[in-house]
Design a protein around this ligand. Structure first.
Ligand SMILES: C[S@@+](CC[C@H](N)C(=O)[O-])C[C@H]1O[C@@H](n2cnc3c(N)ncnc32)[C@H](O)[C@@H]1O
Length: 271
């Protein structure tokens, strides 16, 4: 599939716009809202999960920028929303560079609109399952220096690559392109320890499979850990999303029972 984004047969909704709907955004269409509403019947905490993931991403990106990382490759970046990566990191370091990559053309178009006039950030359409086309994309190579550390952000995207061979290979190829001192950020949906019944999960899988081009594939803790093999996991390691360096001003939906966030989060440093 080199260089070509394979959307499969045209599907009416997208993961990016369902997520945007959950976050209270306005870049979604009736088909996305319909899919999101169907998801809410079986996973009513969807919006809280989305906001909790987004809060993790903000905290972790802030941590990376404060640790001196000045370049970011955000794959599966989504539709712009409050606390975008470039806003956080360029506030800390005005020269920081960010490339957003998403398979959804609406996400890319909206990102480009927001980034107009920002010379340190851009957005391109790309497919995580074809990592070389991302790494060799002219706008990626123009903005990012792969001889210097890069923060590779894979927030809530790997569970849209359910094929294990493709997912581990893609992350391996992206990691291999990064200089020592780079970081990998991952958040990932899991059914481990969460109280979902299998029937509800089956319905959720069915909705993404039928209505979007990016089917869902949850992974266990051990499977998510595998993305970090050989990296130095930053404290506190791979944990439930709300437990990764929590901040008082973040949503506290899962304060009493973090595993209900159904998402694992971690940051690893490339030695
Ligand atoms: C749940 S959103 C996460 C957005 C953002 N990373 C965050 O953590 O808030 C998942 C995003 O991944 C994108 N996506 C799904 N499969 C992808 C793929 N194969 N390549 C690139 N992007 C993909 C979707 O279009 C969507 O924008």
């Amino acid at each position: 599939m080199a260089g070509v984004i394979d959307d499969g047969e045209a599907k009416p909704a997208t993961a990016a716009r369902i997520y945007d709907y959950y976050l209270g955004g306005t870049y979604n269409f009736p088909a996305d809202r319909e899919a999101a509403q169907a998801m809410l019947q079986v996973l009513p905490l969807g919006p809280q999960l989305a906001r909790t993931n987004r809060a993790f991403l903000r905290r972790a990106v802030r941590f990376l920028a404060e640790s001196g990382v000045r370049q970011f490759l955000d794959v599966g970046s989504g539709i712009p929303t409050e606390g975008n990566v470039h806003e956080i990191v360029q506030r800390i370091n005005p020269d920081a560079r960010v490339v957003y990559v998403d398979i959804d053309p609406v996400a890319v178009a909206e990102s480009l609109e927001l980034l107009e006039g920002n010379e340190g950030a851009t957005a391109v359409r790309g497919d995580l399952r074809d990592p070389q086309s991302i790494l060799s994309h002219p706008q990626v190579t123009a903005l990012l220096d792969f001889d210097q550390p890069i923060g590779l952000l894979l927030g809530a995207v790997l569970h849209f690559v359910p094929d294990d061979d493709l997912a581990y290979d893609a992350v391996g190829q992206l990691r291999a392109a990064l200089a020592p001192g780079s970081y990998l950020l991952v958040s990932h949906a899991t059914a481990d320890e969460a109280p979902h019944d299998q029937g509800e999960l089956d319905v959720a899988h069915d909705i993404y499979r039928r209505k979007t081009a990016t089917p869902l594939g949850l992974r266990s803790r051990a499977q998510v850990e595998r993305f970090f093999t050989g990296l130095d996991l930053v404290e506190p390691g791979l944990v439930w999303m709300p437990l990764w360096r929590p901040a008082p001003d973040d949503p506290q939906y899962f304060a009493d029972d973090p595993k209900l966030s159904s998402g694992l989060a971690g940051v690893g440093r490339i030695p």
